[in-house]
Design a binder for this molecule. Structure first.
Ligand code: GLN
Length: 221
């Protein structure tokens, strides 16, 4: 299988390694530019995006990561990894020793961190997820685990929404034909070689999203 790196500065690296190996990939932890240079695809794991941002500079990986993303390296970011791939954060942390939180960017989206609020720090739900069906088999919903997850507030024209969740209609929701429509937020998106999910398929035994990513690396999806 393809050689897939996992950015191993902080976060749930081991769970992604297990998921990728189950999909037939060869897996390598990436902590140095030389390791990054060898991979055919890269996972940015869940964890804490501010910490990963800080460590990526300390390890001299920020510029090499940005360059490989720009050159078209397939990258999958889950949760904190989605935040790192986003071009824009609606509410970046500003207290990181004199500078605001930065992302690697590449994905034309705006994310909001910890978006689902304190009351629902973590939750699980069933998601309809497009692009997972293979060989005419019916698509089973994805059991998604959200842990202090971001959501996507804006998607650029190049970005496809693969899954969304309904959130309770806000106070300013527009009544349409007398009905208050629930608002939806994108929680899985793709733009060409870049894939991102707000949730953590690596913790539930769900393998189809990692499989989709491997197909993206092989140029089959
Ligand atoms: N809240 C975290 C962040 O802002 C993401 C949480 C996660 O990856 N489970 O980076």
């Amino acid at each position: 299988g393809p050689l897939v790196g996992i950015l191993a500065l902080q976060g749930d690296v081991r769970e992604h390694a297990q998921a990728l190996e189950a999909c037939g990939a060869r897996v390598v932890a990436v902590r140095r530019p030389s390791e990054l240079a060898a991979v055919e695809g890269l996972v940015l794991p869940g964890g804490e995006s501010t910490t990963i941002d800080k460590l990526s500079r300390i390890f001299g990986l920020r510029d090499p990561l940005r360059e490989r993303i720009r050159e078209g390296l397939p990258v999958y970011g889950s949760c904190a990894g989605m935040i790192l791939l986003a071009d824009e954060i609606a509410d970046p942390a500003t207290d990181l020793g004199g500078h605001a939180q930065q992302t690697l960017g590449g994905l034309d989206i705006t994310v909001r961190r910890n978006a689902f609020g304190r009351q629902v720090d973590s939750f699980e739900t069933e998601l309809h997820f497009t692009q997972l069906a293979r060989g005419g088999r019916p698509e089973k919903p994805v059991h998604a685990v959200f842990i202090r997850a971001p959501w996507v507030e804006r998607v650029g024209a190049s970005v496809e929404v693969l899954a969304s969740v309904e959130i309770p209609a806000g106070a300013h929701a527009q009544a349409q034909n007398g009905r208050i429509e629930p608002e939806v937020r994108a929680v899985a998106v793709r733009s060409r070689h870049l894939l991102a999910t707000s949730f953590h398929p690596e913790v539930t035994g769900e393998r189809r999203i990692h499989e989709l990513f491997i197909r993206m690396i092989r140029g089959e999806a």
